[in-house]
Design a binder for this molecule. Structure first.
Ligand SMILES: Cc1ncc(COP(=O)(O)O)c(C=O)c1O
Length: 474
């Protein structure tokens, strides 16, 4: 466990309420509850694991991040987001019966439908329209770069690589620990991925390994055409040494921030540091447009070029004239309306996901063999997904047995991403290191992390994990 994960939160937060001193006082405390099982009434013992009473805790205190993770540029909750959170939180009208707790679900803010309705009312039911224009502008303010709205994060990766001139015969360095959509677009443009290991400090691309690999390639006159950096699960990668190593050999960087909208590195939004970044609005992400993505770049001409490619690369003529390869990658004006509403609540969603992650951390602090994902000292980790590592010998059951136990309790979880160098699709690709990524995959678990996860449902997850730790899983 790293230094930061051990620290407790300020006393005012619910994290502190459920913190070490409280747990010590209540160690082993149990509550007996009567439940109906097969029509019989039975009594079950449950450990008491308070999350704090949300109703009695002011919102600003509830989402206050622990001091060790606090960065002034990302304050707890602004007055504006508090208003949005209390007035506008929109829950689906049809709730599943006894709900299965899912990993990460969409969470509307409340104003999305009015933007969508406007698109219908004005008949802007196309890939152009006021919502697309406004979403790009508003998103651009958020990340500090001109942006183009696309149909997916994968499409944004594809266009980003094309902007860097990656093509057939090139190689691209890419972290092995990621989702397949980071790597596939490298193949779309005819290049080959070379996979690099992560470091244990932040689970992201290891800057020292990268520097050594680039030096080795420079000696062999075989430098990669580009380096892709992923901010995994919302954790900012350590960009300064990564960019320094790449600058030494003039290798450009593309940031895959699909999972990390709202994260910061040294006070600035991730993506800003390389000046070329990709974000995803898939249904499971920090914010969603049901499906969609954004490509952002400090150079407005590059964004204009990507916009051109994303609409079939249609030349300026009254007939359909094409001199370059294009794609149908533009975001629709209807979905951009959802994005506009979602963007208004992004800061709140970041606070909520972080709050959920730290509640897990504190509720599990006394369980041996359950290690919270490290939190980078360089920025704000949104904890898009709350991740833990399991040491089977200490915890009492394996990661897979825990997944099965939680599944039986109606709780969806996932292993940490299976590294690319272990994927059948990429079995022929070169890989530099990989043991750390393999270990994180073998032992890592992602717990339910939806920003809409209620304290009651989170308690269900916590209780199920504690039960699994206390009772050997078969
Ligand atoms: C790391 C990473 N890169 C890229 C993507 C692709 O984004 P999309 O699903 O919007 O195509 C995702 C998520 O889906 C992702 O997790």
């Amino acid at each position: 466990m790293t230094e930061t994960t051990k620290k407790s939160a300020p006393r005012s937060s619910p994290v502190a309420i459920a913190g070490p001193s409280y747990r010590k006082k209540n160690a082993g405390a149990k509550r007996t509850r009567e439940v109906t099982q097969n029509k019989d009434k039975v009594k079950i013992d449950e450990p008491i694991l308070p999350l704090g009473d949300p109703a009695k805790t002011p919102l600003s205190a509830r989402f206050e991040p622990p001091q060790s993770h606090f960065i002034a540029s990302n304050p707890p909750l602004s007055a504006a987001s508090e208003t949005i959170a209390s007035k506008g939180d929109f829950q689906p009208r049809v709730q599943p019966m006894k709900s299965r707790i899912l990993l990460s679900v969409p969470h509307m803010g409340g104003r999305e439908q009015s933007y969508v309705a406007e698109a219908f009312a004005t008949n802007w039911l196309s890939t152009i329209g006021p919502n697309v224009t406004a979403f790009e502008r508003e998103f651009g303010h958020q990340v500090g770069m001109p942006s183009v709205a696309l149909s997916s994060g994968t499409a944004a990766m594809h266009l980003g690589l094309r902007l860097l001139g990656v093509g057939p015969g090139d190689e691209v360095f890419c972290p092995t620990l990621t989702f397949v959509a980071t790597a596939n677009p490298i193949v779309y443009v005819g290049a080959e991925p070379v996979f690099l290991d992560s470091n244990r400090e932040d689970w992201n691309l290891d800057p020292e390994l990268l520097a050594r690999a680039l030096a080795d390639r420079a000696r062999r006159n075989k430098l990669p055409k580009a380096v892709v950096v992923v901010h995994l699960y919302g954790q900012p990668a350590d960009m300064d040494p990564i960019l320094a190593a790449c600058a030494r050999y003039e290798v450009p960087v593309l940031e895959d921030a699909a999972e990390a909208l709202g994260s910061t590195y040294k006070g600035k939004p991730v993506g800003h540091h390389s000046g070329l970044a990709v974000y995803s609005f898939n249904g499971n992400k920090m914010i969603t447009t049901t499906g969609g993505g954004m490509l952002s770049c400090t150079n407005p001409d590059w964004i204009q070029q990507a916009r051109f490619w994303s609409t079939q690369a249609r030349d300026n003529a009254i007939w359909y004239e094409h001199s370059e390869m294009g794609y149908n990658y533009r975001m629709s004006n209807v979905l951009a309306g959802i994005g506009r509403g979602q963007l208004e609540v992004l800061n709140t969603r970041v606070d909520q996901r972080r709050s959920i992650a730290f509640r897990y951390r504190d509720a599990f602090a006394d369980i041996p063999g359950l290690e919270f994902m490290p939190q980078s000292p360089h920025g704000i980790h949104t904890n898009w997904l709350s991740c833990f590592l399991i040491d089977e010998a200490l915890f009492g059951c394996s990661r897979d047995a825990l997944i099965s136990a939680l599944d039986a309790a109606g709780i969806e979880t996932r292993p940490v991403w299976k590294p690319m160098h272990l994927q059948p699709l990429y079995r022929h690709a070169e890989s530099i290191g990989g043991e750390i990524a393999e270990d994180l995959f073998m032992r890592g678990i992602c717990l339910p992390s939806s920003s809409s996860l209620t304290p009651v449902d989170q308690m269900r997850v916590i209780t199920a994990v504690r039960n699994a730790a206390g009772v050997a899983c078969q």
